[in-house]
Design a protein around this ligand. Structure first.
Ligand code: ATP
Ligand code: FE
Ligand code: MG
Length: 334
């Protein structure tokens, strides 16, 4: 099956053609970052307008690069959430138009599921059962995949996402945005035992996460130091904070691996690129003879190939979406 994927949930307009869920024939990504940079973040109004301008040329380019015509497509898969409503609507409208005119199924896709599936594109032989940790600016979800498209949520965060905690700590230290990569770099030279920080829920019997208490502990530490007129050692604080996050994430993943008996673990989301998380998780999983996978940089950012990949498996399972489909900016994994 040839699936056309459309992704427009944030600030990339992306269209891809993927064969049988795993073979990328084209994956065009038009980034709008230059238009947003001067505002220090994504401006929804600008994003919507840019998506409108870019969507048709990007669709055309994706077909040309894949060397196919609309008539060759089996289905159209489109992100319907989570994301910015204006951008999502542009992608959805385009997808409906193609599905309707070509008499092919329309399939609505959750963006976060797409990020997870980028692992299945990158590693052709990877297959469930496996455990997936999704850690991004908006999500911290631990999933058990029994089959493709068949997963169970083991646990998620009760408050802040892991990436959000990185960003907030970096903000109070005035390190810049996004905070994750900056803290990752600083922490390399720090002593991770220098400052004692809590590890909320680390020994809880479930798979829930909570990062807001850890963030508050960091803020309290900073305030106390200031009150006492003492200096804040940013490097040791970054290292101690990151160690706490990594300890929590690694503990829960290892627990999930032991309880489910899986032999593979996949990571998704921006925090998956954290060096210490990757290294410590790999060491722990090696001991258990379990393999660790994370998507290559090109498939880590928002792209439509991952959407088409999920779309293929949904299409195979007979999933069809109604034309009444609407954007769902706050969509969650079910
Ligand atoms: P979502 O995809 O959940 O809607 P998002 O688009 O903000 O949210 P991503 O783009 O997947 O999420 O990831 C961005 C997050 O990843 C940011 O919070 C950023 O600080 C964090 N991050 C990126 N690199 C690293 C790193 N090396 N270490 C820790 N965190 C990182
Ligand atoms: Fe994303
Ligand atoms: Mg993002």
């Amino acid at each position: 099956g040839l699936i056309l994927g459309i992704e427009s949930s944030c600030d990339e307009t992306s269209v891809a053609v993927v064969k049988d869920g795993r073979k990328i024939l084209s994956n065009i990504i038009a980034s709008q970052v230059d238009w947003h940079r001067k505002f220090g973040g994504v401006v929804p109004e600008i994003a919507s307008r840019k998506h409108i301008e870019l969507i048709n040329p990007v669709i055309e380019e994706a077909l040309i690069e894949a060397d196919i015509e609309f008539e060759d497509l089996s289905a159209v898969a489109v992100t319907y959430g989570p994301g910015l409503v204006g951008g999502l609507l542009v992608g959805i409208a385009a997808a409906k138009g193609i599905a309707y005119s070509q008499h092919i199924p329309l399939i609505a896709i959750n963006h976060i599921e797409g990020h997870i599936y980028s692992n299945f594109i990158a590693y052709q032989n990877l297959k469930p059962p496996l455990v997936c940790l999704t850690v991004s600016g908006g999500h911290t979800d631990l999933l058990y995949f029994k089959g493709l498209g068949e997963y169970e949520i083991l646990g998620r965060t009760r408050d802040d996402a892991a990436g959000e905690a990185f960003d907030k700590v970096a903000r109070v230290l005035e390190l810049g945005y996004p905070g994750g990569p900056i803290i990752d770099k600083l922490a390399k030279d720090g002593d991770s035992t220098a400052i004692e920080l809590p590890r909320p829920l680390i020994n809880a019997s479930n798979y829930d996460f909570s990062f807001s208490g850890l963030k508050t502990a960091v803020l309290n530490y900073i305030n106390n130091q200031k009150q006492r007129g003492e200096e804040i050692d940013e490097v040791n604080l970054a290292a101690s904070f990151q160690q706490a996050v990594v300890d929590i994430l690694v503990t829960k993943v290892v627990k999930a691996v032991k309880e489910t008996g899986v032999k593979d673990v996949i990571l998704a989301g921006g925090v998956a690129s954290n060096h210490q998380l990757r290294a410590e998780l790999k060491t722990k999983l090696d001991d258990l003879k379990v393999d660790l996978y994370f998507p290559p940089p090109k498939l880590c950012t928002d792209n439509a190939a991952m959407i088409a990949s999920v779309g293929y498996y949904r299409w195979q399972q007979g999933d069809r979406t109604e034309y009444s489909l609407n954007a769902e900016p706050n969509l969650k994994l079910k």
